[in-house]
Design a protein around this ligand. Structure first.
Ligand code: NAD
Length: 517
C-alpha cells in the first residue's frame, strides 16, 4: 500500500504521522477539480498542539546533538526517499491542490534540490569558525557559531504545498532544529505524506518532524505552544495575526507573505521570450503563485508586439484537471470571488479585457478561471494594487524603463519581479533598483530554483529569508565565544588596572582613529 493510500483516512497506520491526540473533531480535504474527498484529518486543538511541541523538545535536543554530519546523512536519506517516490507525491499534489501532475513534479524536484543544498551547506555556514579578535582583544581568540533555536513552528499555505513549507522545514532541520508543521487546511494530506516519508526514512529521529492539522485556530495555537520561532508563509492579513499571537511570548517570526510582482519589458528586450515568460509567470498554477507575475510594464517601443505575443499565447491555454490541461482549478473556492472582483473593478475603471474575462462558456464548470489579460487598467485599481492570485495579467504601456520601474515599485508589496533587457548593465541596474527581495533578468521565477539565493520579500511581502546561507541562519542564534590565549601585563577589565591605563588607551585610539576626517 502506498503512503498516499494509507492516508486516505485517518487510520491507526497514519496515527503517529498525524497523531489524533484526544481530538475527536475532523475535517475533510477535497480535490478542487472533482470535489472528491482526498483525506480526513484531525482538527488539533491547543492541547494537542502543545503536547506535539512538548514531544518535539527532547527530539530537538537529540537532533541537535547528532551534529552536522550525522544529520546530513539522515536528511540525505529523507531526500532519497522523496526522490524515489516523486510520482506518488505528485499524484497526491495533483489531487489535493489541483495543479497538473507535471507542475507538481517540478515543485517536488525544486524542494528536493533545496533539501540537498541545505543539508550539504549547514556545516560550512553554521559551524564554529575563528574570527579576528581585533585590536582591543588581540590576546584572545574569537569564535563564532550558529546554534539551533530548538523547536520551529512552520505554518504553510496551499499553493505550493511541498516546495513552500519545505523551504522552511529543510533549512530548519539542517540547522539542527525540530519542526512542527501546520499545513493549510486545503492541503493536509500532502503534509501528512511528508511526515510519513520522514518517519519511514529517518526512523531514529521520528519526532524531529511532526505535523498538526486544522484551520486557523490550530495555527494560532502553534504560535502559543512554546515554539522557539514561527516561520509563517501565507497572506499578509494572516501574517499580522500570527505576529500578534507570537508577540505575546516574544516568539520571533519569519514572514513570507503575498506579492504583486511586476515584469519590466525594456526597449531592447527579446519580446517573444518576455511574452512567453510573462504568460508562464502569470498563468501557471492558475496564477496562484506568490512570486507570479501579475503586472507587466512594457515600453512604447515594444508594447504592441508584446501584447500581440501574449494574447496569441494565452489563447492556447486551457484550465482543467485532465492530462492535457495547462493549469488546474482554483484550489481555494473563495479566491474566485477575489479574482472576479479585480477583473470587474478594472473593467469599470476603463480597463480592456483582451482575453478571458469572468464568464466563458468554453470553460468547464467548477473552480476553473480562464486566463485573463487586461489592458489600460488605472494604477489605482485593485487589479494593480492588490494581490489577485488568479490567472490574470495587466499590461501597461510606459514611456521608458524608468517609468516602468517607478510604477513597479509603487505597491505596498515587494516580493519578487522580472526584467527583460538585452543590455546586461541595464538589466542588472533595473533589477537592483526594483523594490523586491528577488528579481530575475530575462526569465521569471528563476531565483526560486537557486538554493544559494535567499528567498523573501520587503514591505507587505514580509521579512526574514528562507533558502541559502541566510535561510540556514534564520533558524539559528549566533553564539559568540572568546578565549584568552595569553594574559597581558595590564588588564583593562580589572579593578587592579593602573590609574593611567585608560588614558594611555585613549591616546593610542586617538592616534589610530583621530586622523580620519
Ligand atoms: P492564509 O494566510 O489564508 O493561510 C496560511 C496559513 O495560515 C494556513 O495554514 C492557515 O490555516 C493559517 N492560519 C489562518 N489563520 C491563522 C491564524 N489566525 N493564526 C495562525 N495561522 C493561521 O494564506 P493561504 O491562502 O493559505 O496562502 C496564500 C497566500 O500565501 C498568498 O498571499 C501568497 O502570496 C502567500 N504565499 C507566500 C509565499 C512566500 O514565500 N512569500 C509563498 C507561498 C504563498
Amino acid at each position: 500500500m502506498s503512503l498516499a493510500e494509507k492516508l486516505e483516512t485517518v487510520t491507526d497506520d497514519a496515527a503517529g504521522t498525524v497523531d489524533r491526540h484526544a481530538t475527536t473533531k475532523t475535517f475533510e480535504s477535497t480535490d478542487p477539480g472533482s470535489g472528491a474527498v482526498v483525506g480526513v484529518f484531525p482538527v488539533h486543538d491547543a492541547d494537542a498542539v502543545r503536547s506535539t511541541v512538548e514531544r518535539a523538545r527532547p527530539a530537538a535536543l537529540a537532533w541537535a546533538a547528532l551534529g552536522f554530519a550525522a544529520r546530513k546523512q539522515r536528511l540525505d536519506a529523507f531526500r532519497g526517499y522523496l526522490a524515489r517516490r516523486m510520482h506518488e507525491l505528485a499524484d497526491l499534489v495533483h489531487r489535493e491542490n489541483g495543479k497538473p501532475h507535471a507542475d507538481a513534479l517540478l515543485e517536488i524536484t525544486l524542494a528536493i534540490d533545496h533539501l540537498a543544498w541545505a543539508a550539504a551547506h549547514a556545516a560550512k555556514t553554521l559551524g564554529s569558525r575563528k574570527v579576528s579578535a581585533g585590536m582591543l582583544a588581540a590576546n584572545h581568540a574569537a569564535y563564532l557559531e550558529y546554534q539551533p533555536l530548538g523547536v520551529i513552528g512552520v505554518i504553510g499555505p496551499w499553493n505550493y504545498p511541498v516546495y513552500t513549507p519545505m523551504g522552511s522545514i529543510s533549512y530548519a532541520l539542517s540547522a539542527g532544529n525540530a519542526v512542527v508543521f501546520k499545513p493549510s487546511e486545503y492541503t493536509p494530506a500532502i503534509a501528512a505524506w511528508l511526515a510519513a516519508a520522514w518517519r519511514a526514512a529517518v526512523p531514529d529521529a521520528l519526532d524531529a518532524f511532526q505535523v498538526v492539522t486544522g484551520f486557523g485556530d490550530t495555527g494560532a495555537a502553534l504560535c502559543r505552544a512554546g515554539v522557539d520561532k514561527l516561520a509563517f508563509t501565507g497572506s499578509a492579513p494572516t501574517g499580522k495575526k500570527v505576529m500578534a499571537a507570537c508577540a505575546e511570548n516574544l516568539v520571533p517570526v519569519l514572514m513570507e507573505l503575498g506579492g504583486k510582482d511586476a515584469m519590466i519589458v525594456d526597449d531592447d528586450a527579446d519580446v517573444a521570450a518576455a511574452a512567453d515568460a510573462a504568460v508562464w509567470g502569470a498563468m501557471s498554477n492558475a496564477g496562484q503563485t506568490c512570486i507570479g507575475i501579475e503586472r507587466v510594464y512594457a515600453t512604447s517601443a515594444v508594447y504592441d508586439r508584446f501584447v500581440e505575443a501574449v494574447t496569441a499565447q494565452v489563447r492556447t491555454l486551457r484550465p482543467g484537471s485532465d492530462d492535457e490541461a495547462t493549469y488546474g482549478p482554483m484550489t481555494m473556492p473563495s479566491q474566485m470571488d477575489v479574482v472576479r472582483r479585480h477583473i470587474e473593478d478594472a473593467r469599470a475603471a476603463g480597463g480592456r479585457v483582451v482575453s478571458g474575462g469572468t464568464e466563458d462558456d468554453a470553460y468547464p464548470p467548477g473552480g476553473y478561471l480562464p486566463p485573463t489579460v487586461l489592458l489600460d487598467v488605472p494604477e489605482t485599481s485593485a487589479a494593480v494594487q492588490e494581490e489577485t492570485f488568479g490567472p490574470t495579467l495587466t499590461i501597461t504601456e510606459v514611456r521608458d524603463a524608468e517609468e516602468a520601474l517607478e510604477r513597479a515599485n509603487a505597491t505596498s508589496y515587494g516580493l519578487a519581479g522580472s526584467v527583460f533587457a538585452t543590455s546586461k548593465a541595464r538589466g542588472l541596474d533595473l533589477a537592483r533598483r526594483m523594490r523586491s527581495g528577488m528579481t530575475s533578468v530575462n526569465s521569471v521565477l528563476t531565483f526560486a530554483s537557486v538554493p544559494a539565493l535567499p528567498f523573501g520579500g520587503v514591505g507587505d511581502s514580509g521579512f526574514g529569508r528562507i533558502h541559502g546561507e541566510d535561510g540556514l541562519k534564520e533558524f539559528c542564534r549566533a553564539k559568540s565565544i572568546t578565549r584568552q590565549r595569553v594574559a597581558l601585563p595590564v588588564n583593562l577589565m580589572s579593578f587592579a588596572r593602573p590609574a593611567s591605563a585608560a588614558d594611555a588607551l585613549a591616546r593610542v585610539m586617538g592616534m589610530v582613529h583621530g586622523r580620519h576626517r
